[in-house]
Design a protein. Structure first.
Length: 313
């Protein structure tokens, strides 16, 4: 599918790297509140406690007769994937504790497409743990998409069930170049911890095009007009007033080495301090201690009508 995507041009390519949908208005509103809070803390020069969070991680491998016939290398690849997550999140205070790996062979689960009935069936059958547990599914997504994730949100019981990350098995370490170093999972877990793409909202948002607006709601990531592929050094898609007028940006070359861009695995090496702080803020506020709305008496997040979160449906 990746070869075919090259022929279809940039928009198709953009869809292929990551299928995570645009964040809901609710999720974006949370980011504005987080930024205000973080700015107030910075203004007070508040000393933050050392942040540490261990994320219980459940890996679910979906096997079908027509795909992944040879699965003998999967246990080693999954072990390497957890190592890759821990190495690349080392500076963030997050670590990943692999609790269990499940293997399920089901020929009706050929494609775990975002928003599909199959997605719901797979996840509601296999999901483990609470809202702080990472459920990482490996199965074919379809459409050439390598991975997608849900953002933390005021989820309903249904949204709780679909919470997690889905990646194609070819993105595991030792998979298919140039996405064969396990960085797709690093990127998707970034979404799961509430990071947007550095090029958010990209060129596909009719209200806020390209370099303007709120971008990714993080102050220290340079504005980026649209996703980068390969590893295009000194790329700069947003210049001049586009960039300097943006409150949620800093001038500079595009952040092609940022895990939340779309470049090749070997090109992706960093989160910014602002992104790290946002993941930590969001974790404390939105995942730790969360119980889905249908199963608790009261909470400020248990509002009626809260939907499917950031699953991009
Ligand atoms: Zn993404």
């Amino acid at each position: 599918m990746r070869v075919l995507s090259v022929l279809l041009g940039l928009s198709a390519l953009a869809a292929a790297r990551c299928g995570t949908g645009n964040p809901s208005d609710n999720v974006k509103a949370h980011h504005k509140a987080f930024q205000d809070k973080e700015d107030r803390e910075a203004a007070r020069s508040a000393t933050r406690d050392v942040f540490e969070a261990t994320i219980d991680t459940y890996v679910h491998v979906i096997l079908t007769n027509s795909t992944h016939g040879n699965s003998s290398s999967l246990p080693d690849q999954i072990s390497e994937q957890i190592d890759v997550l821990n190495e690349n999140y080392q500076k963030t205070g997050f670590s990943f504790n692999l609790v269990n790996v499940s293997y399920t062979r089901n020929n009706r689960w050929q494609a775990i497409t975002d928003g599909s009935t199959t997605e719901y069936e797979v996840k509601s059958t296999l999901r483990r743990g609470d809202y702080t547990a990472l459920n990482l599914y490996y199965g074919t997504i379809g459409g050439g998409i390598l991975g997608y994730a849900t953002f933390p949100d005021d989820v309903s019981e249904q949204g709780f069930q679909v919470d997690g990350v889905v990646c194609d098995p070819q993105t595991l370490p030792g998979g298919e170049a140039p996405y064969d170093l396990g960085i797709t999972a690093v990127h998707e877990v970034g979404h799961w911890l509430n990071l947007f793409h550095t090029f958010q909202p990209g060129n596909d948002d009719p209200e806020i095009p390209g370099c303007f607006g709120h971008g990714d709601y993080i102050h220290d990531t340079p504005a980026e007009g649209f996703a980068a592929f390969g590893c295009p050094k000194r790329r700069d898609t947003c210049k001049g007033t586009d960039e300097s007028n943006n409150d949620f940006s800093v001038p500079g070359d595009d952040p092609i080495h940022n895990f939340m861009d779309y470049t090749d695995d070997i090109c992706l090496t960093q989160f910014t301090a602002g992104q790290i702080r946002r993941m930590q803020s969001s974790w404390t506020e939105e995942r730790a201690g969360y119980v889905p709305s249908g199963s608790r008496v009261s909470s400020r997040r248990a509002r009626p009508g809260s939907g499917w979160g950031g699953s991009g449906v």
